[in-house]
Design a protein around this ligand. Structure first.
Ligand code: FMN
Length: 194
């Protein structure tokens, strides 16, 4: 079965370098047999999360993509050393939908984006999601040309590696989690989601 991989772009900038990198990962994942979707928060019109609000059509559409997904790649700009507000807002909407699924991380940063990716990793861990043990930083000043194309071959290679690892490890983890859910074994963390 093809892995269902959702890429989430957390930049509202029209020429986002993070979105370019994410598109490369999704293209490479498709070549490796995955089904992919892109959730671009620039156009998703997701309102600010309010636990008291009834879900509108935008919230419902995003939830459909999240529920469809078996693994995620999150791409955020580095804003003040952490993820963008748009990405945090997206994460605030979901919890149990993330459990047992693998997440990969991209960060557009003038530095290495480590703390921003750690922030996303922390939120995902809190929701019982798995994380790839590395992330990929895009430095828009050096890695991207004036048209927004990724021109750094080492970065291209790291992005393809992310795609490969997401497809392979994402499929393994999702397969095992699904099996554990079906068996409802009390000694696995999947049991609480059955
Ligand atoms: C409000 C704001 C805060 C930022 N804070 C940082 C920062 O702390 N560290 C950093 O390296 N870059 C910072 N940047 C630069 C962005 O991370 C950088 O421009 C990035 O390429 C934007 O991602 P995008 O091209 O996907 O929109 C900041 C930019 C903005 C607008």
């Amino acid at each position: 079965m093809a892995l269902k991989l959702l890429g989430v772009s957390g930049s509202l900038r029209s020429n986002s370098s993070g979105l370019r990198a994410l598109s490369l990962v999704l293209d490479a994942a498709r070549e490796l047999g995955a089904e992919t979707r892109l959730l671009d928060l620039r156009v998703s019109s997701l309102p600010m999360y309010n636990p008291d609000a009834e879900p509108d059509e935008h919230v419902t559409r995003v939830l459909a993509d999240v529920t469809w997904a078996e693994a995620f790649v999150l791409a955020s700009p580095d804003y003040h050393g952490t993820m963008s507000g748009a990405m945090k807002n997206f994460l605030d909407y979901h919890w149990s939908e993330f459990s047992g699924k693998l997440f990969g991380y991209l960060c557009a940063s003038h530095e290495k984006g480590v703390t921003a990716m750690e922030g996303m990793r922390l939120a995902v861990r809190q929701c019982y999601g798995w994380s790839l043990p590395y992330g990929v930083a895009i430095n828009s000043e050096h890695d991207v040309d004036a048209s927004g194309n990724i021109i750094n071959p080492r970065l291209q290679s790291r992005l393809r590696m992310t795609a490969r690892d997401m497809v392979v490890y994402g499929s393994l983890l999702h397969g095992q989690f699904t099996e554990d859910l079906a068996k409802n074994i009390p000694e696995t963390f999947a049991a609480r989601y059955g």
